[in-house]
Design a protein around this ligand. Structure first.
Ligand SMILES: NC(=O)c1ccc[n+]([C@@H]2O[C@H](COP(=O)([O-])OP(=O)(O)OC[C@H]3O[C@@H](n4cnc5c(N)ncnc54)[C@H](O)[C@@H]3O)[C@@H](O)[C@H]2O)c1
Length: 273
């Protein structure tokens, strides 16, 4: 589809989103496109043996691309594993060449393992840290050269309310998402002089495909005493993906032009319990 002239809160901005095939990533893509952004969309589009729920498919990514195109925005998509820095860099460079530059990136791809500490394996740690923390680093690292060229930009790293609250029964995930805070703050300090802002977003539960059986079993069984830690203070069991995407939109937009190093909670109060 021919790109319509951009209007909206992020009109004409070119933004990279990882984990864009479904769930929150698709929602960020649609919300940013509604407000005039052109997009580079990345997803692994295959399931991983270490993760006990299916990840997105090529059809899912194609559907996100269709939704963005229907909004009249330009969109480049690539099937890439964010753990593969070289492949990610090649995909981002290609997208930037096609769109003519880069103004922001959303490190959104993530995976979750659940279970009590005594069932947690070093394999759980490796996959979760690799995707959620090193994958976020790879996303930032491949975007930064383009943002420097642009004279500034916005990096948004999707963490979790669990990183702030210390959610149990998902120790590798909670730790990796806490690591995302450190990554964000460190880069925010290092890149402020270049007008590159770096912020993290911390959602409470939202209905997406991220539903490990292992977490449900642990919470529904021997550690049901921990359920209250996951209950929001506000009267809603979960937020909608668009609630998280609205925070992403604000952080990508110039409305937040002097906001950096922020932990932006979209958590219905789960961390103030
Ligand atoms: N859903 C929630 O309740 C919730 C709460 C807090 C934080 N988050 C975070 O939000 C982000 C999006 O999660 P979601 O809820 O939409 O889950 P989801 O499983 O529906 O979507 C995650 C997407 O990331 C992709 N992905 C996974 N590993 C990848 C890899 N190695 N390389 C590239 N793509 C990969 C998947 O294919 C999928 O499309 C994640 O970082 C997640 O940790 C989600």
């Amino acid at each position: 589809m021919v790109s319509a002239s951009a209007t909206g809160r992020v009109a004409g901005k070119r933004v990279l989103i990882t984990g864009a095939a479904r769930g929150l990533g698709r929602s960020h893509a649609v919300r940013l496109a509604e407000e005039g952004a052109d997009l580079i969309l990345i997803d692994i589009c295959r399931s991983l043996p270490q993760i006990d729920y299916p990840l997105a498919t090529e059809d899912d990514l194609a559907e996100t691309v269709r939704l963005v195109a229907d909004l009249g925005r330009r969109c480049v998509s690539h099937i890439v594993d964010v753990r593969d820095e070289a492949a990610l860099r090649a995909a981002v460079d290609d997208g930037v060449a096609q769109l003519g530059g880069l103004d922001g990136a959303v490190a959104n791809a993530g995976v979750l393992t659940g279970g009590p500490w005594h069932e947690t394996t070093s394999e759980d740690w490796r996959i979760v840290v690799d995707v959620n923390l090193i994958g976020a680093w790879n996303t930032c690292a491949t975007a930064i050269p383009h943002l420097l060229e642009q004279g500034g930009g916005s990096l948004v790293n999707i963490s979790s309310a669990g990183a702030i609250a210390g959610f149990p029964l998902q120790t590798p995930y909670t730790a990796a998402k806490h690591g995302v805070i450190g990554l964000t703050l460190s880069l925010a300090n290092e890149l402020a002089a270049h007008s590159i802002r770096v912020n993290s977003v911390h959602p409470t539960g939202a209905h997406t495909g991220m539903l490990p059986d292992s977490l449900g079993k642990a919470l529904g069984g021997e550690r049901s005493d921990l359920v209250p830690l996951f209950i929001n203070a506000m009267p809603t069991p979960c937020v909608e993906p668009v609630d998280v995407s609205n925070a992403v939109l604000f952080l990508i937009s110039d409305e937040s032009r002097f906001v950096t190093g922020l932990q932006f909670k979209v958590d219905a109060g789960v961390t103030i319990n």
